[in-house]
Design a protein around this ligand. Sequence first.
Ligand code: GLC
Length: 720
Amino acid sequence: MEPYKNPNLSIEERVEDLLSRMTLEEKVGQLNQVVATKWNIDEVRKLAREGKIGSRLLASSGLAGNEEQHTADVLEGNEVQRIAVEESRLGIPIINGRDVIHGHRTVFPIPLAQAASWDLDLVEKAASIAALEASASGVHWTFAPMIDIARDPRWGRIIEGYGEDPYLCSAMARASVKGFQGEDMSAEGRIAACAKHYVGYGAAEGGRDYNSVEITDNTLRNVYLPPFKAAVESGVATVMSAFHEIGGEPVTASYYLLTEVLKNEFQFDGFVVSDWEAIMQLLHQRLAEDSKDAALKAFQAGVDMDMKDQFYINHIADLVREGKVSEERLDDAVRRILRIKFRLGLFEHPYTDLELARKVHLHKDHLEIARRIAARSMVLLKNKNGLLPLPKKGKRIAVIGPMANEKRALMGSWTLDGRAEDVITIIEGIKRVAPEANIITSSSGLMDDMIYAARHADIIVIAVGESQIRSGEANSVADLELSPGQEELVETVHRFGKPVVVVVCAGRPLAITKIDAAADAVLYAWHPGTQGGLAVADILFGDVNPSGKLPVTFPRTAGQIPLYYNHKSTGRAIDEYFNKSHFLNYHDQTGKPLYPFGFGLSYTTFEYDHLKIEKTEVQKGEEVKVSVQVTNRGKVAGEEIVQCYVSDKVSSTTRPVRELKAFRRVHLQPGESKTVAFTLDEEALSFYGQDGKRILEPGVFTVWIGGNCLTELGVDFRVL
Ligand code: GLC
């Protein structure tokens, strides 16, 4: 048996043995990711036989987030794999990639909603279920997690990531990578993950997708890079290079970002795949003269695999022969790709068990997790006079609005394999959770019928929101108001003088200022996935006490954007976010958010006191220990996400006014108190200076603890 086929040898030994046997053409073949659709199956078979496919991309268009995609065909996948393994000269298996962003057949809430759960265990669990279901469809590799920091809700892709905070986003990155990959990627039901879109994509100017980005290296290092560093530390198998440029350099052609920072400084040992046509787009960005020049620039920068463009398969061998690309660089790229294929166990298990899908897709346990994470991701933004939870009987409850009976939108964008028919609507969920409730629904989608239903009810639930087509890739908006008619419906019903509950199903933070004024209660349900309707009902009727907290600031209007909590302290006080402004932010609008980062209500109330710090002076590198007592002052049990923020009072590089550095979810019975302790280490107190080096400086810091970023419960300490 050739050493590379021997599973008893180390992966690195197997990689080196296989590499030593490969011809130049076979090496270049591994760099080639081919879009595999039903239209080009013959071409794919031929390339597989010739050893010219490293990966199949299971997508039938460049906008897989919202355009219908072919189902991942297991039979076809096994057939092509058999050709690659049994008919090509070296039998190197193909790795199949697909966008499994927040679920496969069981669709979980969009990632931004999952971030609102602040529940790392559940996020990991959801990713592991998505991996299991996807692997049953022949998927070996997902292009997730998307961990782009986003501070602009106009940008449609804000839904795919975990919000505005580097610490929370990094924690989510670790959880999802671990969920997809597990401790051993070769285990059944595990798939390779892909940290994307490296790096700074969420800072697109104007929130316009694909637009240029202008951020400094210091901002890149302190805000946008940390989640990718966390993903690499978690062993993420691949990283995807983004479409955009930063300050004149397209990321896909950036040796500094892809090789110096990612591969050398972060020690990333997996492989980099370009985003869809990102190499070809170097032509549009007028950085490359032709496809060969584009291939050269991307490959030398550090992009190892070419998604779809076929530029590598057409030019890299010639570039090597011409001496423009070294064999060493080529071997480095091939080594990285083979390493991931060996780690995935593809050489031992190249084929998919055809029976697995029937056993795992939409399994009842998966649906239960989907329901639970959806409920924990929902954020109660308003609950005047304790209107919620609703009684399960004795009142006539109208359930109206465009989202009340909606299925497809509840899955959100980037659900290639979810099916609308599997979705539980809000009305269906309410009828199942509160079967004895007197529910009145509209006989149609007509406003007149909805208003008629409301007139005959004691309490009105109005489900509003946005379609999934308004978010995700290439779907940004200039205004954040709800689409026409929805605010008017709420305001009309509000005039009846009866209690109004508004449920918002959306992918991004919307400027629901008018809704907030007209409603007595507001529940932000996001795009909650297959079990969304049940989760909404679980909360509305109190079977679940809401605990979600916002992972992103909610502006009052798009004109305030960008508006985020971890902003810098300015020379002149304009910080209305934290009520520390001596100057008007705007004449025509407050500078305060509608809802701040970390905000979310419960059906009970939590009291914080007894904030203690072990030492008010610590040596550099010494841990800082703080604790606080949290008490449930209400009548029902609940969970509070206790948040810990730090301010660095004076530093050599300007720092945010506050930064999240730890959080803990605590469950409290009525009247129960718990002491929650946090330890702040050197990592929590340090930052990247102007020289790109991480530093911890002596000086005064403040640590703040509370239920959202505005907490005033704080204590100072000094690092000596
Ligand atoms: C898309 C997206 C990327 C996705 C890839 C494959 O254009 O930018 O997130 O993974 O192409 O569908």
